[in-house]
Design a protein around this ligand. Structure first.
Ligand code: TYD
Ligand code: MG
Length: 398
């Protein structure tokens, strides 16, 4: 029989309602939780904490009264149990299956009919009929079967996908079209901060962000990331400037630090941590040529504090001011933030969503903001210091 089209206005809009998982920042990132029958891919580098996140997710969903099945090809059931003990995640309602067989995983899910199925990881499941696990064709086929299982049985399914440092792999990239939601779990191993960014989402906006801290007992939701990021700040130190950046849709206050020191080397060092090295080099040159800050003979170190990666041009002005502040030995007052893009001519340019950024700064007690001349109208709670170019911005330090 041929399928008949239905009038749009007569189609029911039911379904697609997210169910809260009980992990606050996960639910925030996914605009409310997991939708029954949806497939979510969580990508990330090895060791970032994907298995930890999903074990905690499984436990939280089970505590909410739903059945959960975790199929792991990466760890034995014993290993998962030991980790669950550390995480307080050994709860009723979570079943484990350690297998590398797609057929076994599918059969178990059909038998158990869980509300949530976790597959850790999609690259390690295989099938004798398909060929070796991990190849692009097999990963795609495994995912396609899991997607049709999820739709048929209305099982919310979360797939783990490994990503290499370059973001490449037989895995996430080829799966993006198949699944409903694509998240990436990111963070620097040496820091506690972890971020769950949503890059594709069929049930809500993309760009939402969940923030966690990895500790001894797993991941903890961080409801106020700006407070978390600024916790160890030493207000009033030269070379330190707070920038209100946007991670997706979420405003975040990040401290940008710079240290300018006499160099003993013929070619002075330029080191950027959590910042784009090319951007640092550019700002050093612009400061030198357009704002009268000769940095050429100095080693320059710059970092975004706390394990975040800041790639937004909106952080240019804060970085440039941090450099100038360190070079001049003049601190930027503690209650000041800076946001703006810096052009090659030394001009300071407007950035997107300035009010949202400044509102976050005002909320955390900042009282003044150095902004581009063309920045939008005044904002309650924060005084705007408008600058046309970098030279004017640097003048605020003198
Ligand atoms: P894991 O979830 O195994 O990462 P992935 O599945 O992405 O490869 O997490 C591994 C790291 O997390 C490991 O280096 C140790 C750290 N960790 C903690 O710091 N605290 C904890 O409670 C747990 C379970 C892990
Ligand atoms: Mg893992």
């Amino acid at each position: 029989m041929l399928a008949e089209p239905v009038a749009l206005v007569e189609v029911s809009s039911d379904g697609g309602e997210p169910r809260p998982t009980g992990i606050a920042e996960f639910d925030r990132a996914l605009s409310g939780g997991l939708v029954p029958g949806s497939v979510t891919l969580v990508g990330g580098e090895p060791g970032v904490g994907k298995s930890t996140l999903l074990l905690q997710l499984a436990a939280a969903v089970a505590l909410g009264g739903a059945k959960v099945l975790i199929c792991s090809a990466e760890e034995s059931a014993g290993q998962i149990r030991r980790r669950a003990d550390r995480l307080d995640a050994a709860v009723d309602g979570v079943s484990l299956l350690a297998t590398t067989s797609l057929a076994e995983a599918v059969a178990a899910a059909e038998r158990l009919a869980p509300e949530l199925l976790v597959i850790d990881s999609v690259q390690t499941l295989g099938d004798p009929d398909l060929g070796a696990a991990g190849s692009v064709a097999v990963v795609r086929e495994v995912a396609a079967r899991l997607v049709s299982l999820a739709k048929q049985r209305q099982i919310a399914t979360v797939l783990v996908g490994h990503v290499t440092k370059e973001g490449e792999l037989a895995g996430p990239r080829v799966l993006e079209h198949l699944v409903d939601t694509v998240c990436s779990f990111e963070g620097d191993r040496h820091h506690a901060l972890r971020m769950l960014a949503v890059n594709k989402h069929r049930f809500g906006p993309t760009g939402e962000l969940g923030v966690f801290a990895m500790g001894e007992h797993g991941l903890v939701s961080v409801a106020d990331p700006s407070a978390f990021m600024l916790a160890d700040r030493r207000p009033g130190a030269a070379g330190c400037v707070v920038a209100p950046v946007l991670e997706g849709r979420r405003p975040l206050l990040v401290e940008i630090q710079a240290l300018v020191a006499e160099s003993a080397l013929g070619t002075p060092r330029r080191t950027a941590q959590g910042l784009i090295p090319g951007r640092l080099a550019l700002l050093v040159a612009v400061l030198e040529r357009r704002a009268g800050c000769p940095l050429g003979r100095y080693d320059v170190f710059a970092s975004a504090v706390g394990g975040v990666r800041v790639s937004e041009p909106a952080s240019d002005l804060a970085l440039a001011l941090a450099l100038a502040s360190s070079a001049l030995g003049r601190p930027v007052p503690a209650e000041v933030v800076a946001c703006g893009e810096v052009g090659l001519g030394g001009e300071v340019r407007q950035v997107t969503q300035t009010p949202k950024r400044l509102a976050e700064a005002a909320r955390r007690g900042f009282r003044r903001a150095i902004v581009p001349w063309s920045a939008p109208a005044e904002l309650e709670g924060i005084e705007l210091v408008r600058v046309r170019d970098l030279a004017e911005a640097v003048d605020t330090l003198r």
